[in-house]
Write a protein that binds this ligand. Structure first.
Ligand SMILES: *Cc1c(COP(=O)(O)O)cnc(C)c1O
Length: 412
């Protein structure tokens, strides 16, 4: 048993407590879809929510996904979490169950490309979306309307590494009673607890920082307990029962997980739990390496610009230093001569030419012609995505090996 004062790694390696029945040190992987009860009264009680922590059909969760959710809730300092098959499934369930036609959402203009694409789908369903420079809380304030229901931001924007005024937006949302949703994927709860800024809901792609091994997809939504759901107009009458602190998550679990069905498998939940045991070690190592490499590239004559939050030159360096105490594994850079881009990336020996983030291996990708291609040049320019921008997810290779590899690739 650990307590709240233990260091993060201590808590993480003991987080699930293993399997009480067998003494196995990992939480068991439960493959069952059906969960049976000796007495039909108990089965009825489970369906009516009167038997807490019980299972009926695995689309709504299994003991293994529940074990994972408990650890994420503890890490985020929340009141509860729901896991999903992917980060995008988590975001889809969150937006579609809490917003309806006529509502308005304010989002940072700099968000993950697929999240931006999802916002276009929401617009098609009659939900208005305003994309603003969330680095400045005044821009968020100016976008608010009477029908605004939600404000959305990422802690460190993918791939620009820009950091919104998370604190100012939190204060603004509190002032207006607005639901504040923060995507904590890049920082993870090891660097940032959005609850401190007043976020009501936190989303994590478990695929990235939390699992860290690139062999399982997953996502989660956590309720921090900061938001007063009794004032939220879009809660269905069926879920306006009992303690209002549980209403939002209850609606996302029923309408989002149960009805939309983007459920995490027990097998993937287990793999993510194993990855999370080394979260603190991995994040420290890749953050240190990323900073060393960012400093080296910033001083390199072939590089025009390096985007990394822990560089003094980063526009929100003070926010990264004071709020996160680290920059995470994601950096981006621009070559002085964009025409050399393909050649330089092909010469790199270590980083894999692949999309994806937070693997043990470094991953590199030119942004504009790949992950931000579909949206077109105009939208890219609005999001600050230069044609020569390269995203690098720094893995667990040694800093000196990565630096030597970039030196040889850039020298040619
Ligand atoms: C990858 C990512 C997502 C989506 O997560 P998946 O698990 O890949 O669906 C959402 N937000 C951010 C910031 C991401 O990097």
């Amino acid at each position: 048993m650990t307590d709240a004062h233990d260091a993060l790694s201590t808590r993480l390696v003991h987080a699930t407590g293993g399997d009480r029945h067998s003494g196995g040190v990992h939480a068991p992987v439960h493959p069952s879809v059906q969960y049976a009860y000796d007495k039909v009264e108990d089965l009825i009680g489970v369906f009516q929510g009167k038997v807490k922590g019980s299972f009926n059909y695995a689309r709504q969760g299994t003991p293994t996904t529940a074990a994972l959710e408990a650890v994420i809730t503890e890490l985020e300092g929340g009141t509860g979490s729901i896991s999903f098959a992917t980060g995008m499934a988590a975001l889809t369930a969150l937006f579609l169950t809490l917003l309806k036609a006529g509502d308005h959402l304010v989002t940072s203009a700099r968000v993950f490309g697929n999240t931006n694409s999802l916002f276009q789908t929401l617009e098609g369903l009659g939900i208005a979306v305003s994309r603003v420079d969330a680095g400045d809380v005044a821009a968020v304030r100016a976008a608010l309307r009477p029908e605004t229901r939600m404000v959305f931001a990422e802690t460190i924007a993918n791939p620009s590494t820009r950091i919104p005024d998370l604190e100012g937006i939190g204060a603004l949302c509190r002032e207006h009673g607005l639901l504040y949703v923060v995507d904590n994927t890049v920082t993870s709860p090891a660097l940032c607890r959005p609850k401190h800024f007043g976020a009501g809901l936190v989303m994590n792609s478990l695929t990235k920082t939390l699992a860290g091994h690139g062999e399982a997809l997953g996502g989660a939504v956590t309720d921090t307990g900061c938001f007063d759901w009794s004032s939220y107009p879009n809660i269905f009458p069926a879920y306006r029962q009992g303690d209002p602190r549980g209403w939002g998550l209850q609606q996302i679990r029923k309408k989002g997980l149960r009805d939309m069905g983007g459920t995490l498998s027990s097998e993937a939940a287990h793999r993510i739990l194993v990855g999370m045991e080394t979260l603190e070690l991995r994040l420290k190592r890749s953050s240190d390496t990323a900073l060393a490499l960012a400093r080296h590239l910033a001083a390199h004559p072939a590089i025009a610009k390096v985007h990394y939050p822990m560089l003094d030159s980063h526009p929100e360096h003070a926010r990264a230093r004071d709020w996160f105490g680290g920059g995470s594994w994601m950096m981006a850079f621009e070559l002085g001569d964009a025409g050399r881009l393909v050649d330089v990336l092909n010469r790199l020996r270590l980083p894999l030419k692949a999309t994806g983030l937070a693997d043990t291996r470094s991953l590199i990708i030119p942004v504009a012609p790949t992950i931000f291609w579909e949206m077109g040049a105009e939208a890219r320019a609005a999001m600050g995505i230069a044609d020569g921008l390269v995203r690098l997810s720094v893995g667990l290779e040694a800093a000196e090996d990565l630096i030597a590899d970039f030196d040889q690739a850039l020298a040619a």
